[in-house]
Design a protein around this ligand. Structure first.
Ligand code: PDD
Length: 284
């Protein structure tokens, strides 16, 4: 039977209750992480835990118990649910209290985590995707992985209705990121992506791909770039925990690289895949 983590207890899913005045439910007052599991092991666990701790700090939340124990519980959950290829979703809210915008003084944070099965071949679209260009309507602290995802949700849905798999969002002329991913462009052999500031989530996959690119000797620029640069790019791709490195071959009606994944995207895709395969060999 599948179990979930409810604070520090492993219980059946139907036993995980949310209080009607939980602040995550009422205000989106909480944070989350999505971890990727390959071969039963969490990919870049430490990086995710560091970001989790950062999100907690930025919202003046407290962890319900030490992060080392959270890590152990994540592994126990993976084992109990026999996850080999999948994800772990974990969220922490400020807890339940009489509805009031002010922080409550005597409330305990609530942690929940659950797992999913996810096959790589279902999550990664090697041949590339179409995306829509949409105005970024989110708040100004996109660097925090909060439960407040309405801006992302509305744009993701709009993109879907336009027949796209993702939206490339922009604030005015500047491209920020996707609804659930970071965006990279390649021009003249240079890899360009928005700098990690308040306008984007500093994706774990983004950081990992930048490391891979540096190792491969690819020139990197972390900076603002415009919609026009994106449309005129030689290559465009997105990164996320689920989508890994996914080529973008069409933006609205405009084809990128004549509708084919480009060479640097493919190089990073392969390198990413090799690293995961290596992880599998180590665990055997
Ligand atoms: N989303 N930017 C946004 C807005 C995201 O929601 C995500 C991930 C990313 C990529 O981050 P990472 O490489 O750490 O997954 C960038 C997750 C997967 C989600 O909400 O489901």
């Amino acid at each position: 039977m599948c179990v979930i983590l409810y604070n520090d207890q492993f219980v059946a899913r139907k036993e995980g209750k949310v209080d009607i005045e939980d602040r995550g439910y009422q205000f989106g007052d909480g944070i989350y992480e999505v971890f990727r599991v390959y071969y039963g092991k969490v990919f870049l666990m430490e990086w995710h835990l560091n970001r989790l701790q950062r999100s907690i700090n930025e919202l003046f939340l407290t962890l319900p118990y030490p992060i080392e124990q959270i890590e152990k519980n994540i592994y126990a959950l993976i084992e109990k649910n026999n996850i080999v290829d999948g994800t772990v979703y974990l969220q922490i809210t400020r807890g339940a209290s009489g509805r009031n915008h002010l922080f409550p003084t005597n409330t305990n944070p609530v942690l929940i985590a659950y797992t999913t099965h996810l096959k790589r071949e279902e999550a990664v679209v090697k041949e590339g995707i179409k995306v829509s260009l949409l105005e970024d309507i989110r708040w100004l602290r996109c660097d925090i992985k909060t439960l407040n995802l309405l801006g992302n949700v509305l744009n993701k849905e709009k993109a879907h209705q336009e027949g796209s798999k993702e939206a490339i969002q922009h604030r005015g002329d500047i491209v920020t990121e996707g609804c659930t991913s970071n965006v990279f462009i390649v021009k003249g052999g240079v890899l360009i992506t928005h700098q990690a500031d308040h306008f984007i989530l500093n994706g774990i996959t983004r950081m990992y791909v930048l490391e891979l690119a540096a190792k491969l000797g690819i020139k990197i620029e972390e900076r603002n770039y415009t919609i026009n640069e994106c449309l005129l790019a030689d290559e465009v791709f997105i990164t996320s925990t689920g989508a890994e490195v996914t080529p973008v071959i069409q933006i609205n009606d405009h084809l990128i690289n004549e509708g084919k994944p480009g060479p640097i995207t493919e190089q990073l895709f392969s390198e990413f895949e090799n690293e995961i395969k290596r992880m599998g060999m180590i665990s055997k």
